[in-house]
Design a protein around this ligand. Sequence first.
Ligand code: HEC
Ligand SMILES: [Cu+2]
Length: 373
Amino acid sequence: MSIFGFLATVKLGEATSGGGFWMPEGASTVAAEVDEVFYFINNINYFFFALCTFVLVYFAIKYRLKPNHHSGFSHDAPTHNTPLELTWSIVPLFLVGVMFWLGMDGYLRLNESPEDAYPVSVTGQKWSWTFQHPEYGVTEAGELTVPLGRPVRLLMTSSDVLHSLFIPAFRVKNDVVPGRYSSLWFEATRPGQYRLYCSEYCGKDHSKMLAVVNVLPEEEFQAQLGKLAREYEDIEDRDLPVYALTRLYNRCASCHSLDGKSGTGPSFKGLWERTKNGTTAFTDGSTLADYMRPGGEFEVPENYIRDSILNPQHYIVQNYLGAMPTFKGQLKERQIDALVLMIKNMDRLVDEQGNPIESPDLGDADISTGAGQ
Ligand code: HEC
Ligand SMILES: [Cu+2]
């Protein structure tokens, strides 16, 4: 085994294969290689840290200014040592050269996604992730389902500020930038659930911008996406509010609470009461009631909820900032209906503390979305 091979495999303080103190166990085709480069560089660092510290301490003691020596310098002390200077220049130069070569080689290969990779479009927004599967017409939020043993390519963009998508177990990370696309690819080697983080500070709730990558064997993967693709179509109208609460609300949860506490946005609790009565005040001094008169924009109050989801910058509620991203293109018509119904029936869906009620009674609930009135 060469010295580099050796340095790359020593994992100080490691017990498990793959994972350990620095990184979780690898679960993608590139993980082993990334780890090798990481441990190679890290172990060289340990070595030189120990060497330099040792020499520093040793010389400090050996050549300290002793009592009864008036000057620390002697005039005939050596000022040069060519072999020594060449050694400490050439050895590090060689090592950094190897580090560059290993890093660049891996970086280039990580950037080139295989032709036949399974495509997923990713949108980062404060503070959640949305994943779209164009092959199935499915949108997921907070969870990304991918096939095992097949390359997956993420085409990513942001609808507000700079984010960064990081899946530690796969050893892949890339910035997610507003106004342009960036990409990332991986091939998962173990089924299971893995953490996905935003690793670029993007505001107040950056630390909550998490998702789970769910790696499924091919057959299960196809079954799961087929199910997600039909999910909201198959649902009966009467079940839409519960569907919205369990499957869609996670996209709103970082800003809208269910228990009345105001967050980045107003709580959903009591929102419908306010909307129906037109008492919501906007930053421009108008109130919702001004637009609810016959012939007005929100004569049908359900339309205000709908408009808030699709054009959030249109009317800004007093005491809040226009921080809500648009969900245009991210939610299907029927899903928007579901959210409107959820907000309308909020007090039947959750209890006083905002916890979901199990099998809520929606028997006589108002499940009209205002459409067609
Ligand atoms: C990044 C934070 C954020 C997310 C995520 C978010 N919103 Fe909002 N939302 C806001 C803010 C801030 C306001 C108040 C300012 C305004 O009117 O645009 C608001 C206002 C609203 C309003 C009007 C509230 C009122 O009191 O009249 C509705 C309805 C609404 N959001 C629905 C949603 C739904 C449904 C989702 C999820 C699909 C969602 N929002 C996701 C921040 C967010
Ligand atoms: Cu972020």
